[in-house]
Ligand binder design. Sequence first.
Ligand SMILES: Nc1ncnc2c1ncn2[C@@H]1O[C@H](COP(=O)(O)OP(=O)(O)OP(=O)(O)O)[C@@H](O)[C@H]1O
Ligand SMILES: [Mg+2]
Length: 77
Amino acid sequence: MGSGREALRGVDFVVEPGEFEAIMGPSGSGKSTLLHILGGLDDISEGEVSLAGHRLAQMEDKELTLLRRRQVGVVFW
Ligand SMILES: Nc1ncnc2c1ncn2[C@@H]1O[C@H](COP(=O)(O)OP(=O)(O)OP(=O)(O)O)[C@@H](O)[C@H]1O
Ligand SMILES: [Mg+2]
């Protein structure tokens, strides 16, 4: 664990292709942080995140950009 605030702890789940999931929790519980991590926009300090078989922590920015383009869609509001 690095210095500073812990934004997520003990998050462990799998979403299979074709599944729909809702992430719910109070303000500040880490929903946006989790989505940024899943989209390869934020780095993790511990643990492991895979998207479509790719381990995000081991990918270069350029590879992440391509993966985002092909696998991730985000609508902000
Ligand atoms: N850029 C940042 N720098 C430092 N701490 C942050 C930053 N963004 C979020 N945090 C902290 O990380 C934790 C999780 O915040 P996050 O924004 O992911 O929660 P959230 O569930 O999306 O909240 P909301 O429902 O208000 O959108 C909170 O403690 C928050 O204060
Ligand atoms: Mg949020």
